[in-house]
Ligand binder design. Sequence first.
Ligand code: C2E
Ligand code: CA
Ligand code: CA
Length: 394
Amino acid sequence: MLNNLHRTIYEKGEVIFQEGDAGDCAYLIEEGVVEISVTVNGLEHTVNQIGKKELFGEVALIDHMPRTATARAQVKVVLIIIQRNMVNELLEKTDPIVRHLLLVILERYRDRSGTAQALSASQLIDQADIATKRNSIRGEAAQKLTMSSDIGYALLEGEFEMYYQPICELSSGQVAGYEALIRWHHPRLGLVSPLDFLWLAEKTGQIREIGFWTLERACRDWPTLCKSTNFAAPFVSVNMSPSQLTGDSFVEDVKSIITRYQMPPAELKLELTETVIINNSELALHLLNLLTDLGISLAIDDFGTGHSTLDTLNRYPIETIKVDISFISTMLTSVRSGEIVNSSISLAHSLGMDVVAEGIETEEVRNKLIELGCNFGQGWLFGKPSELNNISGK
Ligand code: C2E
Ligand code: CA
Ligand code: CA
């Protein structure tokens, strides 16, 4: 990125750019003072004098319109040039809502400064190109804003529902517990998959509220759900998103939910991904220890897709690892997947952890997993996620 930054020097009185010039960079003043002026009714007026560490010409970083002011060195100045292409790259990676807001603010600014200019043919083509891009950004932003407002309603209007998928002991096929999986009955879109809205809720912060809702619902449903299994140590497993694990109040809130619903902590398992550990290891370790002190157990979800090692995991109070579906579904056809499954199972067992294989769809896969010593499995072979009524009515 620093390759895009270089210095330039202007002597006293020299024009850096003037009104109408094409702009494709901004400047940071390293030394000296710059005078900014605009022309009104043919007369030039100084509107600002800016000095060290200040930025000017920055609007050109976002759009391709001509300069709306003149910048002149008042004394000898040293400037660092920031090219648009550097910012463009960052802007492309930015959230569409932020991008859209920047463009709207910029349009308003342009409207106010009222610099209608005759544009050349190539500028017109550029403008058309920008307009097309802007429409697509606007569309993306509008879609996200609508979806996020819909999520807010969904929480208020009770449009979410918990489905439960059995997790079985592989050898006997007996149901040992259930994983709680959220579903959204959207009034216009129908049944929406969690993969289509949780990522957004994660960005907007709504995931915290959704997280507590799922935990409450699972605890509330557990007395009914657990009647459908005779397993000696039954459990319900609830997914947790990384951003839930951010402060002590999380542990207090979990405590108050399990107390309110008289949920036996030993029957509650929280599933988290390796991201939680990788992103915030010390805080995560502290909070996870507080949770296990309450008697709750922890599982690492999607194991093998993150970058943690079992050695790292061993520092955490993890009871169960869930080997990711991507390895299970290919373990009979890919030598590499087979090896990953095999070594995950033996390493987990050597650390005293249980293993759940995710996404078992066939008897062949189940049998191979039994052969490898895997204890538990989850997948369509045993049952798809379904509503509480369907399970308790069985
Ligand atoms: P996950 O935690 O890995 O959940 C397992 C996913 O695999 C579920 O998808 C489940 O329906 C699917 N699955 C289970 N067995 C099979 C199988 O045999 N074959 C195939 N092809 N798929 C199988 P689902 O319910 O769509 O959930 C997707 C993801 O959304 C979950 O992945 C989890 O990361 C997230 N999620 C779901 N519910 C919640 C929730 O309440 N809170 C949070 N934070 N995340 C959730
Ligand atoms: Ca899970
Ligand atoms: Ca998983």
